[in-house]
Design a protein around this ligand. Sequence first.
Ligand code: SF4
Ligand code: SF4
Length: 73
Amino acid sequence: MPVHDKFVIIDYDLCDLCGTCVGVCPENVIYLSAHQLSIEQDGCTRCNKCIWVCPVRALELSSAKDIVHNVTP
Ligand code: SF4
Ligand code: SF4
């Protein structure tokens, strides 16, 4: 499966809004508000850096078919 058939998804139960992933994203497509993290998928290059740095493993690269509701389109 080509990598761009995949998306970085956020497990909101695990994410504690620490902001670490925001700082490492080379495309600046991760946004942190007071209550929620979101990723602008169109700008994401699937570099995986955010996944590697998340201390609680709240981010995961998943295929589109796995995405139901926990991702910002
Ligand atoms: S995979 Fe890379 S480009 Fe996409 S949100 Fe994570 S750090 Fe940013
Ligand atoms: S690094 Fe992980 S826990 Fe921290 S804001 Fe990003 S997804 Fe959430």
